[in-house]
Design a protein. Structure first.
Length: 577
């Protein structure tokens, strides 16, 4: 049994799922699930915390869970897991990855049809056996087959939230060597794609040997896939493949450009080079006729300058108009993370967050923000401890008190993340919404409704005069749940008519709106907001994923409301009214 933070977090989350299938206490289920989330986001290794005897000081880790973590760290085993998997087949976990299949359905398939694997479920669905079950019909059976198909299409990709911290740690380690002159993450990860195939890292050095040795001898290497003088590949214990190339410094620019991609962008660069009588590869520019290398590029800027182009930010390199803009010197000045001064979507202990309003405010201020909105869940979301109207009004008093305590230069505003019900109604009446500073509406339930129904739901919410923003509009969970089947043209039309903000949710499991839709929205003049949807302090760390998505969407600072000074934001709220 692996003992890294990520493995223990995944183990606890798996335990929570199996306990829920078993029908155990919801409090016990949530204890393991919450512990998994906390451990996954910990900035320190659990082994070090255990050695200091401070496991119980980690939020959400009580005596019982601390003992289990200690057992894993010291014995590489967990007796409780062994007992649990003797009672509930662990292969049921893969069935939970299917969109629309929760613990109740997994238990139904298991106990009624003895289905414990994805393959068995697919066969049963293809043979019409699921229709025999209570609550299951032909449509439900087809949804299962569609979900299995979607799951198979996602397999093999790694979410950016998993890949980026791994890549950054490896790059930092390799750059600590004296022989490493500079280095970068390359590939689709540098372009901030939501998922990647593998990790590419480039280092500039005249002495590759010690870099390669350091790389292939990492403690987390599960398998060495290749070990050469200038290129090596490893498979990490987490299942992530990492490819390392060490380039001569004088050729680093062409190499970084080539291995960043995308393929479509690189093809366009080579076409432009050919028009100039040159060929371009990862090594250099060469004379097209003689093949003689004529131009070496130490930097990417030199590559683009040679081609008569402005340098193109990695996030734009998808052949979606960036080449033409670079030729015309009309590329946008993209949003930078340090321009973000607010977060308009976060949760506290009033609903399903881990920190108090004051703690969230202090953390936000320490990160350089100037204003935040407290937006705990509304009353219908019982699983998230949603606020009744009475609790919402009591929270308003606390927000006003803390807003005063924070002093000048930082504002704490009061809002809600309100459910859009399955019938299209909002979770609070208009007279309650009118009392709030900022209102978010979100789709959380009935996400598989047909296109007309779910689009009408969302458009109706957008047209409510009290709704200021739609959070994670398409409801996607990357590699877990496909986006809702929304007519985005209608959504954009409604948002434009009503001056309603659409969110890029920075959680790497969401990144919703995605870059394509965010770019379209911004081109329509719709305001975009980038929010962390933080439920704990570490939640603020996901901001770079949202900013990266915004940059892929070609967004400039003025198109993102989180860059606005507090006075401008408050004036906008007053005008929207």
């Amino acid at each position: 049994m692996k003992t890294s933070n990520q493995h223990i977090a995944q183990l606890f989350e798996n335990i929570a799922d199996l306990l829920q299938i078993k029908g155990d206490s919801i409090h016990r289920v949530l204890a393991y699930r919450n512990a998994g989330e906390v451990i996954r986001d910990l900035p320190r290794d659990l082994t070090a915390i255990h050695q200091e005897g401070k496991l119980t000081e980690v939020q959400g880790i009580g005596k019982t869970l601390a003992e289990k973590i200690e057992e894993i760290l010291t014995t590489q085993n967990l007796e409780f897991w062994d007992r649990l998997t003797n009672e509930v087949p662990p292969s049921l976990l893969e069935i939970l990855h299917i969109n629309g299949v929760g613990p109740k359905k997994a238990k139904l398939f298991w106990q009624e049809l003895d289905i414990t694997t994805l393959a068995q479920l697919e066969t049963a669905a293809q043979n019409g056996e699921l229709q025999k079950l209570s609550g299951m019909g032909k449509k439900s059976e087809q949804k299962i087959l569609d979900g299995i198909d979607a799951l198979s299409r996602h397999q093999g990709r790694i979410p950016i939230g998993t890949a980026l911290p791994i890549a950054q740690e490896i790059l930092h380690d390799l750059l600590s060597l004296d022989v490493s002159q500079k280095g970068d993450i390359a590939g689709s990860l540098r372009r901030f794609s939501p998922t990647i195939g593998d990790v590419d890292i480039l280092i500039a050095s005249t002495d590759p040997r010690p870099i390669m040795e350091r790389f292939v001898n990492r403690s987390d290497v599960d398998q060495i896939l290749g070990h050469g003088e200038k290129k090596s590949s490893i498979l990490l214990a987490q299942g992530v493949q990492v490819d390392l190339r060490v380039l001569p410094p004088e050729r680093y620019g062409t190499g970084l450009s080539y291995f960043t991609g995308s393929q479509a962008h690189n093809v366009r660069l080579r076409e432009i080079a050919k028009e100039q009588g040159l060929s371009l590869n990862e090594h250099a520019f060469s004379n097209l006729d003689s093949g003689e290398e004529v131009i070496l590029c130490e930097t990417e800027e030199q590559v683009y300058e040679t081609l008569g182009l402005s340098w193109v930010a990695p996030e734009l390199r998808e052949d979606r108009g960036e080449i033409e803009a670079a030729q015309q010197k009309s590329l946008p000045v993209l949003l930078e993370q340090n321009q973000i001064v607010s977060d308009l979507h976060m949760h506290t202990t009033w609903s399903d967050g881990k920190l108090t309003i004051l703690e969230m405010a202090q953390l936000a201020q320490s990160r350089g923000l100037k204003h935040i909105v407290i937006t705990d869940h509304s009353r219908s979301l019982g699983v998230a401890n949603g606020l009744s109207i009475e609790r919402l009004r009591a929270q308003a008093e606390e927000v006003r008190k803390i807003d005063t305590e924070m002093g000048e230069g930082f504002r704490v505003l009061h809002g809600t993340e309100m459910d859009i019900k399955a019938n299209g109604d909002l979770d609070y009446p208009d007279e309650v919404l009118a009392e709030l500073d900022f209102v978010i509406a979100s789709l959380h339930v009935s996400l598989r409704q047909d296109r007309n129904t779910i689009t009408e739901r969302l458009v109706k919410a957008i047209h409510n005069p009290h709704v200021d923003m739609i959070a994670h509009p398409r409801g996607q969970l990357i590699q877990q749940r496909d986006p809702a089947d929304l007519d985005m043209d209608q959504v954009f039309d409604a948002a434009k008519q009503t001056n309603t903000i659409l969110e890029i949710n920075a959680n790497p499991s969401r990144l919703d709106l995605d870059a394509i839709h965010a770019r379209r929205a911004a081109e329509e003049g719709i305001l975009i907001s980038i929010n962390t949807d933080s439920h704990q302090g570490e939640g603020f760390n996901v901001l770079p994923f949202g900013v990266g998505t915004a940059r892929r969407a070609w967004l400039a600072a003025e198109q993102v409301i989180n860059t606005w000074p507090t006075e401008q934001f408050l004036a906008w709220l007053a005008a929207k009214g």
